[in-house]
Design a protein around this ligand. Structure first.
Ligand SMILES: Nc1ncnc2c1ncn2[C@@H]1O[C@H](COP(=O)(O)OP(=O)(O)OP(=O)(O)O)[C@@H](O)[C@H]1O
Ligand SMILES: [Mg+2]
Length: 290
């Protein structure tokens, strides 16, 4: 496996052929006020696998700093769409821009994307520390810098002192935390998460939902998320998109405003009328789409 493919398998999604463009592009883009800029815009994107039509005419804007979730039944094209938004896959037609520029900007400072997959995809022969360090090592980052970044990433996912353990010694929730730390170690501005907590029990999933919201806030990230659970989507999202199937396209989208008084307590938010009303509204729209 080449370095590039290994990096991609771990969710590091910069465009490897285009480093030479970065300096030129960064100057113009980073000068902009990125908080006002859309992180991603997709216009009329379609995707075919051979002759199978998987995604049809999807246009969307992912605001910088937003938390956008996609929900839809198995096979409707969620992962395919996510991979295109993360630049791991190219649309058959249509255009995607990142921070108003094309894919050449991805990977430059302030313009990084990482992906977390449904399976933690950890290397079984490597310790927690080595797993998290791998994307940086493959990018040729120095030992000292790598160690510093790994320690910070471990703190962010609340796994201090677990660096010497091997994946087989971790619970499912801990493995997912390591996978998130590995995505965070490259300091992403956009974190793309494909059904990251689908295999976890409800208590662990709720904890990780809280953690991801905290990380998004602390690290000032834009998050794109896929889940099968309407409850989870409503809980974490500021924007929620329902996809219909055959081929995958947008059926409905929602903006979810969390009242300020509920921001500080996720437990209260989970049992609030505001939350239940949104869950009901999205459930009704979901039923209409299928
Ligand atoms: N690399 C590929 N080559 C050919 N077909 C593919 C490829 N990847 C996905 N597909 C097909 O595209 C369709 C959408 O797949 P995708 O994985 O995007 O669905 P999904 O909504 O993420 O499903 P799930 O909820 O089960 O993860 C499926 O019919 C799948 O078989
Ligand atoms: Mg999928």
């Amino acid at each position: 496996m080449t370095k590039q493919n290994l990096l991609r398998a771990m969710g590091s999604t910069m465009d490897f052929g285009a480093d030479r463009f970065h300096n030129k592009l960064v100057v113009s883009a980073v000068d902009d006020d990125s908080s006002k800029m859309d992180a991603i815009t997709a216009e009329h994107i379609t995707k075919y696998y051979n002759s199978r039509h998987i995604i049809n005419d999807v246009s969307l804007r992912i605001r910088s700093g937003s938390f956008t979730s996609f929900i839809g039944p198995s096979g409707c094209g969620k992962s395919t769409l996510l991979r295109m938004l993360a630049n791991l896959e190219t649309p058959s037609s249509g255009e995607i821009k990142w921070w108003g520029v094309d894919k050449r900007i991805i990977g430059s400072p302030g313009r990084r994307i990482s992906m977390v997959f449904q399976e933690p995809t950890l290397m079984p022969w490597a310790t927690v520390l080595q797993n998290i360090a791998l994307p940086l090592q493959l990018q040729g980052v120095s030992r000292n810098e790598t160690k510093e970044a790994v320690i910070k990433a471990l703190e962010l996912v609340r796994l201090q002192n677990k660096e010497a353990l091997y994946p087989r010694q971790l619970s499912g929730g801990m493995k997912m935390r390591v996978s998130i730390a590995r995505a965070l170690v490259t300091d992403p501005n956009i974190l793309v998460m494909d059904e990251p907590f689908g295999a976890l029990d409800e208590i662990t999933r709720n904890q990780l939902n809280d953690d991801v919201l905290r990380l998004q806030h602390e690290l000032d990230m834009t998050v794109i998320f896929v889940t099968h659970s309407i409850q989870e989507a409503v809980f974490v999202s500021s924007e929620l998109v329902i996809l219909r199937e055959n081929p995958g396209s947008i059926a409905a989208s929602f903006t979810i405003d969390k009242p300020a008084e509920l921001w500080n307590s996720s437990d209260e938010y989970r049992i609030s009328d505001h939350y239940f009303t949104m869950v009901k509204e999205v459930t009704q729209a979901f039923k209409k789409a299928y």
